[in-house]
Design a binder for this molecule. Structure first.
Ligand SMILES: NC(=O)c1ccc[n+]([C@@H]2O[C@H](COP(=O)([O-])OP(=O)(O)OC[C@H]3O[C@@H](n4cnc5c(N)ncnc54)[C@H](OP(=O)(O)O)[C@@H]3O)[C@@H](O)[C@H]2O)c1
Length: 370
């Protein structure tokens, strides 16, 4: 079985992927940075338990290494790097900052652009034979694009063409992969993900990104101010491109299995979910009545509506999107269609997500009462 090396391995998508790879008996090398309190191994074990929803994970085929994304050779001793790259590998670069705001601009570019450049350096220096480098990008690197976003490289553009620095940094990173393919013969690939949500079958949702970030804010407000009607600045009939995490993982596993994969693939949902359905689900699950309005200016809002709006600085740029993505390359490698999120599965995910928030709240209350 081939070895898969993954950086940013303790993140949401990567840890779900590693769970699947270990189940399939792949050898996995996980690169994780230490935190103040926990070692890379502890962090990885926790992420695997969380993404597996507490299920037993056999870690016999897993090796966890601490690393520093932006330093030469990741600050990993040369001998160790030679050892992990001693056979042909698939290397997946997941590490990224998912921040988006102006004040984090430096961190976003350092991590998302500097991080990919350095990972390619390490890969190019040590990888053997037909080893492949996969950059995990985002479908939102399309920026403020109209038309069908194809599975090809697009040139770098200035910030006005994007909703935030995160999108722009991921576009610049893709072009670093391109430059290395063109000039240095890198066996490089780009996989663009749309908004990754929970598990489509079980509803298990361990991310608080995108629509779940919005849901989390509404959850906290609904319990502090129950039974209110609040308007939010959202176009009810625009859509979110939501891809269930289990579908992403099936696609990634297929990528590992197929020898020749296209250079760029859009891992996106073909059927999008309307904002109104997400909001209706939230209204059914929480003591609140949210009313989405396409045109709602700040000065028309009451105090509660302004609080919600202030917490939507990220989500707000995606409230009126109806994006179109090409998937011809993705379709080439897939034998079966992925399972798509729909109104019912998103409802199930939101239900799990809110239950989990309530459990965490109870646990915190018990601990503080001790
Ligand atoms: N989730 C989505 O909906 C989505 C959509 C499109 C694309 N993507 C892409 O998919 C990838 C994974 O996303 P995710 O949602 O799984 O993100 P995540 O849970 O936030 O994981 C990000 C990972 O990157 C690591 N990282 C961040 N800054 C780092 C640094 N300076 N040095 C080393 N490691 C660093 C994090 O490590 P720490 O835990 O140590 O911070 C973590 O392991 C990213 O490349 C993202 O751009 C995600």
């Amino acid at each position: 079985m081939k070895t898969i090396i993954i950086d940013g391995a303790n993140g949401y998508v990567a840890s779900n992927f590693i769970n699947k790879l270990l189940e399939q008996k792949y050898k996995v090398i996980a690169l994780v940075r230490p935190s103040v309190k926990f070692s890379p191994t502890e962090r990885m074990a926790e992420a695997l338990t969380k993404s597996g929803d507490g299920k037993y994970v056999n870690m016999d085929n897993l090796k966890v290494l601490g690393y520093s994304l932006l330093h030469k050779d990741f600050l990993i001793p040369q001998k160790q790097l030679e050892e992990i790259f001693s056979e042909e590998v698939d290397y997946f670069h997941f590490a990224a900052s998912l921040k988006f705001d102006l004040k984090s601009k430096e961190e976003i570019f350092e991590t998302n652009v500097g991080g990919v450049a350095n990972s390619i350096n390490v890969f190019s220096k040590f990888a053997k034979g037909y080893s492949r480098f996969f950059f995990i990008g985002t479908a939102y690197s399309c920026g403020r694009f109209s038309g069908r976003f194809e599975e090809k490289f697009y040139p770098n553009e200035d910030i006005g063409k994007f909703r935030n620095y995160y999108e722009q940094s991921k576009r610049v990173a893709e072009n670093i992969v391109k430059e290395n393919i063109d000039k240095n013969g890198l066996n490089g690939h780009v996989i663009r993900l749309s908004q990754v949500v929970g598990n489509n079958k079980t509803g298990v949702t361990k991310t608080d990104y995108g629509i779940f970030d919005f849901a989390k804010r509404i959850h906290s407000l609904a319990f502090r101010n129950p039974n209110q009607t609040v308007r939010v600045h959202v176009d009810p009939f625009s859509t979110q491109n939501l891809i269930p995490v289990d579908t992403v993982i099936n696609y990634l596993q297929r990528t590992v299995e197929v020898k020749h994969v296209p250079t760029i693939m859009n891992f996106i949902a073909k059927n999008q979910v309307k904002n109104i359905h997400i909001i209706k689900s939230i209204n059914r699950l929480l003591p609140i009545d949210i009313v989405p309005e396409k045109q709602l200016a700040r000065h028309e809002m009451n105090a509660l509506e302004r609080i919600i709006s202030a917490g939507m600085t990220f989500t707000e740029s995606y409230i009126d999107t109806n994006l179109l993505f090409d998937t011809s390359n993705l379709d080439q490698i897939l034998m079966v269609d992925g399972h798509e999120a729909n109104e019912n599965s998103v409802h199930k995910m939101l239900e799990y997500f809110f239950d989990n928030l309530a459990t965490q709240k109870r646990k915190r209350a018990m601990i503080s009462a001790l």
